[in-house]
Write a protein of this length. Sequence first.
Length: 656
Amino acid sequence: MRLPGFPIPVDGEIFSSVVARHLQRSASPTTRNLDLLGLRHTSSMSIIPTTVMTLTSCMPLGHPWANNSEAVVERHSLAPLFLQASTRTHYDTVISDLSRGLTGNPAATLGLTTQRGEILYQPSNLKFCPECFIADNERYGYSVTYRHHQPGFVKYCAKHSRPLLLSCVNCQHSRSSLRMWRMAGNCNCEQPNTPSAVNYDVNENLEEKLIWLSEQTAYLLPHHASPHIALVPCLRTLLQHNGLISSSGKIKSQLIINALYDKFGVELMNEFGIGSQNVNILRQGNGISRLFQSCNGKTGNVLSALCIARLFVEDIRHLEEVAEALEGSTLTPIPRPFGRSLFPRGRARISKEAILTSLKESKGVIRRACKNLNVSDGVFRSDVMYHNITIPLSEKQLNRIGPQVIQDVRSALREGQSILSIREKFGLSKFSITLIRADDPELQMLHNKSKEEKKLCRSKDKLISFLDTNPLACRSSVWKKHTHSVETVMTLDSTWGEVTLPLPAKNTRRKKPGVRRDWQHRSNQISSKIQELVKNELEKKDRPSMLTMTRIKKAVGVLNLKYFPPVYRAKIEDILELSAESKAAFQTRVIRWAIDRYSELSIPISSNQLRRTAVLSLKELHECRALVIKFAQERGLGFHSRCSLSPLADANTLQG
């Protein structure tokens, strides 16, 4: 069903504002209109309705939204803003999924979790600018709720540099659909309560930063389209050029957070949740690092991206130009071909042939071999040990470490001692241990084998000690007490584990004899309750309610009949089928009741008035038109001349 005369959206207007204008100008009940638009279970504060295709299918032909759900998502929602810190592919995929209604939770799809969503988007109240409110009333005759005012970190209007106001708080506490779906600044309260979005003292410096954020948000949410800007790649180039990303791709999060505190101040950063002083430093670093993981199909934090961009440019529009100018600069570090930054799930190993070729070309000099492969010394030696390639110790290294120390270290490695204990015992560095291990590749295999044997012995001792003190313990109790030891034994020596560990306990408990239930008495009670329920329903003076099967079962407490014996179950089912009311019987009751109530008004029957009295749709009344005429004649009631339920309605239609 298409709705003629649906309002045309204004540039930059959020979709809930357009729906609110439609509800205000419509004479039909709000609930009915929301049902037609597919928004009955959608909040007016939501990012985008999950049934956006139902909304667009109701638009009249020629409307900008008619069968064009992407126009609603891209031009009249906040979804494009939160996808600016992701890749273009991820942007197109999420916009397409939101347009087709393939996401059950759009907020979660956009990365607005409970903690981060409160900062990026406040789904509790809409905001508006008083200057825009006056200008829109003079220009259009009504107010408009703009989408670039709605993000949680936007406190000022970018056009007028005025603090934004929240919609009436008194109306917000009401759960009425008519009050929830409303236009900006419109309120029926005698004393509207519209507090300011800025709830703290703002100095000139802080106000400048807040206005800057509003201006950048307005640019990222243009009126006619939402082009995707490559924020994260540009920021990565700028950070690398300024030494805030290492050559291996590691983000220096703490340095970035310190720079943000110097630029924006502690108060603003704590409110936005970027590097908060109350949060662990490790969590701060992960928050900044996750922004640069958006290349893996994730949605980054657009607020963090904007704040970091402010460290380098005054306007986000020039970000791509500045990044392109720096791409060819020699100051930009070149990432290593085998670095971890290029392999998110683990770096690729250097091939054995490449290592041997590089060693041959460099005549055994490790430093030259690393330079030829463009990798660090640690990465090179790690892959050398992985391929069991021998790198003999030089004479200088032998003299520095000492032959006796080298022999003692090799003995300790064969015994399975940990690297940390060996370093502490002999006072060697990690690099020296690596040199000794590379001189004899078999040491690595012997070291791992000895560690496994020691680990297996310790696990067996723990399990034997536990079984000696708990001879009646079953396998589940042993597993629960010593999980790690059982897993080690079953992995390294499963034969010993099957023989030594106890068998799983069997369920030998018997059911205790319970009290026999009197099913006859139980069925009689259910029958009496059903009869009483039916009697009360038929004798009540209020509007009738349908006696459905579920309602009767719930009232007598027999939603599940599978525990009843078959004989009594069949008896109860027969009683329920006889007591349950069909749709035709219910319509007869409710129409008779509605005609009786209508007769008290002493006026001709109107289809609209009768529909409201009976709380039925006009379609249902037309289906039961014969009953309406019958009961009206019994009460001596007449029909309005234009009533579609009148006996003369068919004749009038034929004459016309």
